[in-house]
Design a protein. Structure first.
Lengths: 272, 271
């Protein structure tokens, strides 16, 4: 495996403008003009955890979706474990676990276990390995009896934990998480962060790229923070280095100074 | 190969598990099939005459002719509908993205998702024909089952291409199934569903000859009602297989292109 778990070079992505009415028929063929990523370059080293920080629409999810082979970049390259996301999408998918941050994505009338078994087998896990992994992850994510209940009967937080378990099922070398604790309660979120840090990052040496608006989470998990604003990477350094560079006491302050924005609603919360 | 078969089975297992959670539809569909078969039986009794029977290509009663036409259209419907319906369901339930980040390939995901609807349709047809045979004298004993199987397979292959084209359309434009609308619409008039194409005006008969549904129905009636073997059916089977040989690779290419477009435009999961 190369030194870089993820390597992104001059990555650009534009989308065609949104259309409605009869013009929607032309949208799939229109020239992309709305810029989502404008020449982003950085890398995630093996075993490293990098957070993507930016306001809504900054391009974080677009970047993660390109790496997950769900979007094609307009130009530039995105590699996962040495495999190009455009030319070798299958090899890329073998290496990564992807969690889109939503509590959708399961067959509502199947149980949690049946869902995990289905997706695990599509990732070519044997029955024996699957049983072990499902039991282990079920324990670690405190899924308990939820594993044997239909997904439609589970709370959104439980479904999100199930989704995280699915992303980790095939022991990927690279994890892509898009707002992983969005639907979790404070206790579950704290548990999850601890589990991610000790078991996945430190225990297995998995590399992590995650988008988050929860700054304490970023501070706790990330070795480095990539700040993205309007599709551009404006900084990439450790949380401590970012604070030092901006002369800020907190990551929130550093983020606001870097992006030249002001906190709205006068809130002192942890969201960026 | 065995890995592909395992994955195809996995999709069938998934859909079977989901279907198992809805129990009443199986019973309701069996009852619906009884009413459907009865309706054709009494319509046939009303319109049947020695003259009408003589004009039917494979002989027999109008009831058996119409019942085969009707149930076969169910199959055609499944071939045209299964791919885009499974895609639509995956998109709406949010399972499309998790599926696309697995190791499974897109053709396997598509084919796998279509297996259960095809099997369910086959069972439904069996129930229709079973009611027809048990209560209304449908001549099941005349059937050549190897030919029936061959015609079903050729029909599936021929029309799956159109189903995959519909799925491509859905990917790009999010709603609608023009292939189904066109083929079902045209074929209900010029496909020989409820009446032989020989009663149509000459120019419509020409259209019917260009329609693969006509060949599929002729072959199915020949196999089911007249016990025809491969020697009698080869022309129809060849027409269907030719249709499949052209449409399947074309439709897969179009689907790959459509998927690529949606990955460029970022509309893969849009509704």
């Amino acid at each position: 495996m190369p030194d870089s778990a993820i390597k992104i070079e001059s990555l650009e992505k534009s989308f065609p403008p949104a259309r409605s009415g009869w013009r929607a028929f032309l949208q799939p063929f229109e020239k992309p003009t709305a810029v989502a990523l404008a020449g982003v370059s950085f890398e995630v080293r093996r075993g490293e955890a990098v957070a993507l920080l930016g306001i809504n629409g900054a391009g974080k999810s677009t970047l993660l979706r390109i790496l997950a082979t769900l979007l094609l970049p307009s130009s530039g390259t995105a590699c996962v474990a040495g495999h190009d996301a455009v030319r070798e999408p299958r090899a890329v998918r073998r290496e990564l676990g992807y969690h889109a941050g939503s509590d959708l994505g399961f067959y509502a009338r199947l149980t949690g276990r049946e869902n995990l078994r289905f997706f695990g087998r599509l990732n070519h896990l044997s029955d024996h390995t699957l049983r072990q992994r499902i039991n282990l992850l079920g324990h670690q994510f405190r899924l308990g009896e939820a594993l044997d209940r239909q997904v439609r009967t589970l709370s959104s937080g439980t479904v999100q934990r199930l989704s995280l378990a699915r992303a980790l099922l095939h022991q990927p070398s690279v994890l892509l998480l898009d707002e992983p604790t969005r639907s979790l309660d404070a206790l579950a979120a704290a548990d999850f962060r601890r589990f991610l840090k000790t078991e996945i990052l430190q225990g297995l040496g998995t590399s992590l790229l995650f988008a988050s608006h929860t700054l304490p989470e970023v501070d706790f998990l990330a070795d480095r923070v990539a700040v993205i604003d309007a599709g551009r990477l404006i900084a990439c350094a450790s949380p401590a280095a970012l604070k030092l560079k901006c002369g800020a006491a907190t990551l929130e302050e550093a983020f606001l100074r870097l992006t030249g924005r002001k906190a709205s609603f006068n809130d002192k919360g942890g969201d960026a | 190969m065995s890995r592909v078969l395992r994955e195809l089975w996995l999709f069938f297992w998934r859909d079977l598990c989901i279907a198992r959670t809805y129990r009443s539809p199986f019973i309701l569909e069996a009852v619906e099939a009884l009413f459907g078969a009865a309706m054709f039986y009494y319509v046939a009794r009303f319109v049947d005459s020695p003259q009408l029977q003589r004009s039917l290509p494979q002989g027999g009663t109008y009831f058996s002719y119409a019942l085969v036409g009707f149930v076969f259209f169910d199959y055609l419907n499944a071939a045209l509908d299964s791919f885009d319906r499974s895609l639509e369901e995956a998109r709406d339930a949010g399972t499309l993205e998790p599926l696309l980040v697995t190791q499974s390939s897109l053709p396997v995901i598509l084919a796998g998702s279509a297996i259960y609807p095809f099997v369910a349709t086959t069972l439904r047809i069996a129930v229709y024909l079973g009611w027809g045979a048990a209560l209304f004298g449908f001549p099941l004993r005349a059937a050549n089952w190897f030919s029936v199987l061959a015609v079903l397979l050729a029909t599936l292959l021929a029309f799956s291409g159109l189903g995959i084209l519909s799925a491509s359309y859905l990917l790009l434009f999010k709603r609608g199934n023009p292939a189904k609308w066109f083929l079902i619409g045209v074929s209900s008039v010029v496909g020989g569903m409820l009446f032989p194409v020989s009663i149509l005006p000459d120019w419509l008969q020409l259209v019917a000859r260009l329609n693969p549904v006509t060949y599929a129905l002729e072959a199915m009636r020949g196999a089911l009602l007249a016990g025809a073997g491969f020697a009698e059916l080869w022309r129809s089977l060849a027409a269907l297989l030719l249709c499949a040989a052209v449409l399947l690779p074309c439709s897969m290419a179009v689907f790959s292109w459509a998927l690529r477009r949606t990955k460029i435009t970022g509309t893969l999961t849009h509704r």
